[in-house]
Design a protein around this ligand. Structure first.
Ligand SMILES: Nc1ncnc2c1ncn2[C@@H]1O[C@H](COP(=O)(O)OS(=O)(=O)O)[C@@H](OP(=O)(O)O)[C@H]1O
Length: 319
C-alpha cells in the first residue's frame, strides 16, 4: 500500500497464528457432504452453504474471534456479483474527505484507489484477515483514529459472526447481481484460476453446478434471500450527498479502474499467491450472458429464479 495514511491489517502487532484448529478442521471436513469443486477438487457443504476447505477454517476463526464495533461497515456479496466495484465505491465514499475523489483535482492524485486494488483497501474477513490460520489484531485497523472500519465477506447472512448480527448499528451493505451474468462471470473467473491438475471445466458443467446451488457460498438464491429478508426487517434510511457522487462514480467506474497500472499488471494476495488483479476486470456489463447461454439454459435458470426468488420482491435487470 503506497498511501502512508492507510495501514494494512497485517502490520498489526496483534497478528497471531491459530494452528491448533487445523486437525479439528480436517476431522470436520471428513464429516461434511462434498461435491466436485470449481477451483479446488471438492466443495464442502458447511453451515448450509458450499465452500472450499481453507475457507471453512477461516470462517470458523472469524466466527470465533471477530468482535464488531458499532461503526463497522460490512460489505457482503456472493462471488462475481460486483464485489470489487462495491469495495471501490464504499472506500471512496467513506474516505471522501481524507481522499477527495475528483479525478482532476491535485489532492486526488494520492487517492489510494489509483495505486491499490480495491481488495487491498477493503479486506475480506475470510481470506485476508482470518485466512491462513491467522487471527488478526484489529485494534489499530485501519488507523488509530479512523472509523468506520470496513470489511468484506462472501459468507451468507446466517453464518456471520454473532456480534454483527446482533448489533443495531453495524451497517451491512449487500450487493447481488442477476444470476445469468453472475454464472458466466464465475465460469470465466474460475477458468483462469483453476489449477492445471484439475480436468477442463466446460460451461455446461459449470452452469449445471450453478443451477444445483453448488457454487462457492451458494446456493445463490439462499445467499440473496438471507440478506434480502434481513434488509426487509431492518430497512435503512436513504442518505445522499449530491456533490461527490458523480466524482466517486467516475473514479470507481469499470473503465477507470481496469486501466490503472495496479489493476493491469499488479498482484494481490487476496485470492492466491500469484493472483493477477486483471482477472477481476473482464467486461463489467449487464447482459453478456446472451453470448454464452443457449435457449435451454436460459429457460432452466429463468425457471429456477421464478421458483426460488420470485415473490420475495427481489428483481434483477437482465439486459
Ligand atoms: N468497477 C467496476 N464496475 C463494474 N463492474 C466491475 C467493476 N470491477 C469489476 N467489475 C466486474 O465485476 C465482476 C467481478 O465480480 P467480483 O468483483 O464480485 O469478483 S470477486 O468475487 O471479488 O472475485 C466481473 O464481471 P464480468 O465482466 O461480467 O466477468 C468484473 O468485470
Amino acid at each position: 500500500m503506497k498511501t502512508p495514511h492507510y495501514r494494512q491489517p497485517e502490520e498489526s502487532p496483534g497478528l497471531r497464528l491459530c494452528l491448533c484448529s487445523i486437525s479439528k478442521c480436517k476431522e470436520l471436513l471428513l464429516s461434511l457432504p462434498k461435491e466436485k469443486g470449481w477451483r479446488t477438487p471438492f466443495l464442502y457443504q458447511f453451515q448450509g452453504f458450499w465452500c472450499q476447505p481453507k475457507e471453512i477454517q477461516s470462517i470458523i476463526s472469524f466466527q470465533k474471534h471477530f468482535k464488531s464495533r458499532k461503526s463497522d461497515v460490512i460489505l457482503a456479496t456472493i462471488p462475481k456479483s460486483g464485489t470489487t466495484w462495491l469495495k471501490a465505491l464504499v472506500f471512496a465514499i467513506i474516505n471522501r474527505r481524507r481522499f477527495p475523489p475528483a479525478t482532476t483535482s491535485d489532492t486526488s492524485r494520492n487517492h489510494p484507489l489509483l495505486t491499490s486494488n480495491p481488495h487491498d483497501l477493503v479486506p475480506f474477513l475470510e481470506y485476508k484477515l482470518y485466512g491462513n490460520n491467522q487471527v488478526p489484531g484489529l485494534s489499530n485497523f485501519p488507523d488509530d483514529d479512523q472509523e468506520p472500519r470496513t470489511f468484506a465477506t462472501h459468507v451468507p447472512y446466517p453464518s456471520l459472526e454473532e456480534s454483527i448480527k446482533k448489533s443495531e448499528n453495524v451497517k451491512i451493505v449487500y450487493l447481488c447481481r442477476n444470476p445469468f451474468d453472475t454464472s458466466i462471470s464465475s465460469w470465466h473467473f474460475i477458468k483462469k484460476l483453476r489449477p492445471e491438475s484439475l480436468p477442463q471445466f466446460s460451461l455446461e458443467e459449470a452452469f449445471k453446478m450453478y443451477c444445483n446451488g453448488i457454487v462457492g457460498f451458494g446456493p445463490f438464491w439462499e445467499h440473496m434471500l438471507g440478506y434480502w429478508n434481513e434488509s426487509l426487517k431492518r430497512p435503512d434510511v436513504e442518505e445522499r450527498e449530491g456533490v461527490v457522487i458523480q466524482e466517486i462514480a467516475k473514479l470507481c467506474s469499470f473503465d477507470k479502474l481496469k486501466e490503472l497500472e495496479v489493476n493491469k499488471y499488479g498482484k494481490a494476495m487476496t485470492f492466491s499467491k500469484h493472483f493477477e488483479n486483471k482477472h477481476l476486470f473482464r467486461k463489467g456489463e449487464v447482459g453478456d450472458w446472451v453470448n454464452y447461454l443457449n435457449p435451454s439454459m436460459v429457460k432452466q435458470l429463468a425457471q429456477l429464479m421464478e421458483e426460488k426468488i420470485m415473490g420475495s420482491g427481489l428483481l434483477f435487470k437482465l439486459l
